[in-house]
Design a protein around this ligand. Structure first.
Ligand SMILES: Nc1nc2c(ncn2[C@@H]2O[C@H](COP(=O)(O)OP(=O)(O)O)[C@@H](O)[C@H]2O)c(=O)[nH]1
Ligand SMILES: [Mg+2]
Length: 397
């Protein structure tokens, strides 16, 4: 049978069947087919992982691979190079504002308030529509609008500008609790970051950005090429490693990702690195077999250090809108997410999903991706984010 590889998983119940696409279908789905040669300086696997150390590492690799998700797998998702032609975002709040234009435009509040609107229910309706358009989601939008309506009825606002100030405060209050930066615990050596998410969301790019950041902060670090589904994915991580002068542990394409993670942690520990960041293949949150593979990676890391991974960092593509919620729900159930990175906030009108994520899960948002360059990863800052979405005059005040 060349076409489909099917496997029935007993725990999935009688009707659950894993359907795998053929190599040809995958090649068509991923514009750059596997097969790119690995750089010669890849650090080889030092020791093969003993069977007893990885008892779960028995599933054939063919059974676990990413499928593209229409909303997330953007063309060019496999480019190892960032777009160096585009300048990095300016530092500070202006960088956020510069990059979040589309979401800001979707909110459309700047235009609304320059028209000097009347303080009435129509104004609230307009704000409600703007929040929904930017994908803030119904529950978070309703909570904000009801709060503003109540306070308007109580005559708390002198004018529309005062209401906008209250909106700003409400938006910040919604996300401030999740703006908790990632702190590398120096007593965990190495501090292990497991990076997960759907295909094409920006995991590998984010790892490259993080490597730069951690190095600048004085941490020594190592990367693990745990996306073994495509040779190109291994090469992409190695390119980021080279750019940052950071070693990459790889076993090449088709290696068991749990084995790569195990090997990398052993190596990072024996060489005394401060941080290990492990990449993984993208997977759909609906693919039960692939989701359980993440649990396996987690367990295998725990065999070397029972506190590892110290951060399960889920990367979410900000352009996916409300779909991000079901992705996070499933990944969290499978592997326990401890932190989020929301990427591509520079290219979306749907950046409001950050508010929905914050309200529904309360999981810390560690970083925001606001561009493709190494510098374009910001520690998530609730005020800077909200002010980038609202009229400038208000943000400055
Ligand atoms: N505009 C923009 N593009 C990004 C950002 N983060 C990643 N990308 C792009 O998203 C695409 C997929 O990234 P990649 O790291 O390969 O995704 P992965 O499949 O999750 O590892 C690449 O073209 C990246 O340059 C971001 O914050 N902004
Ligand atoms: Mg990747």
């Amino acid at each position: 049978m060349i076409g489909f590889f099917r496997r029935k998983k007993p725990q999935d119940g009688p009707d659950a069947v894993q359907t795998r696409p053929s190599t040809e279908e995958l090649a068509a789905a991923f514009p750059r087919a596997p097969g790119e040669p690995l750089p010669a300086d890849a650090i080889p696997a030092s020791t093969p992982v003993a069977d007893e150390a990885v008892p779960e590492a028995d599933a054939p690799r063919n059974d676990a691979g990413p499928l593209p998700e229409p909303a997330a797998a953007a063309p060019g998702a496999e480019e190892p190079e960032p777009v160096d032609a585009a300048p990095a975002a300016p530092a500070g709040k202006s960088g956020w504002r510069d990059r979040l234009r589309r979401t800001s435009a979707a909110l459309g509040l700047a235009g609304l308030f320059t028209r000097n609107p009347r303080l009435d229910d129509d104004l609230l309706d307009e704000i409600e529509t703007a929040l929904l358009t930017a994908d803030v989601g119904v529950p978070a939008t309703t909570a904000i609008i009801e709060d503003l309506r109540k306070r308007m009825k109580e005559r708390e606002f002198a004018d529309a500008q005062a209401l906008l100030k209250a909106l700003r405060a409400d938006l910040i209050a919604l996300i401030a609790p999740v703006a908790r930066p990632l702190v590398i615990d120096a007593s965990r050596k190495p501090f292990v970051v497991l990076t997960i998410g759907v295909n094409g969301v920006g995991k590998t790019t984010t790892i490259g950005k993080l490597a730069r950041r951690f190095k600048q902060d004085g941490h020594s670090l190592m990367l693990a090429a745990g996306d073994t589904f495509r040779a190109a994915a291994v090469a992409q991580l190695q390119t980021w490693g080279e750019r940052n002068g950071v070693p990459v542990v790889a076993q090449g394409q088709d290696a068991d990702p749990a084995s790569v993670a195990f090997d990398a942690l052993q190596s990072a520990r024996s060489r005394g690195f401060d941080v290990l960041i492990a990449d993984t293949a993208g997977r759909l949150h609906t693919q039960t077999g692939l989701m359980s593979e993440l649990g396996k990676i987690r367990r295998v890391l725990g065999k070397i250090d029972d506190t590892a991974p110290h951060e399960v960092l889920m990367v979410i593509d900000g352009t996916t809108g409300q779909n991000a919620l079901s992705q996070l729900r499933q990944f969290h159930a499978a592997v326990g997410v401890t932190g989020l990175v929301v990427t591509k906030l520079d290219g979306t009108a749907k950046g409001g999903v950050v508010f929905a994520l914050a309200r529904e899960f309360g999981i810390p948002i560690r970083y925001a991706g606001i561009g493709e360059r190494l510098e374009d990863l910001r520690v998530f800052d609730a005020e800077a984010f909200v002010d980038a979405l609202l009229p400038e005059a208000l943000g400055a005040g």
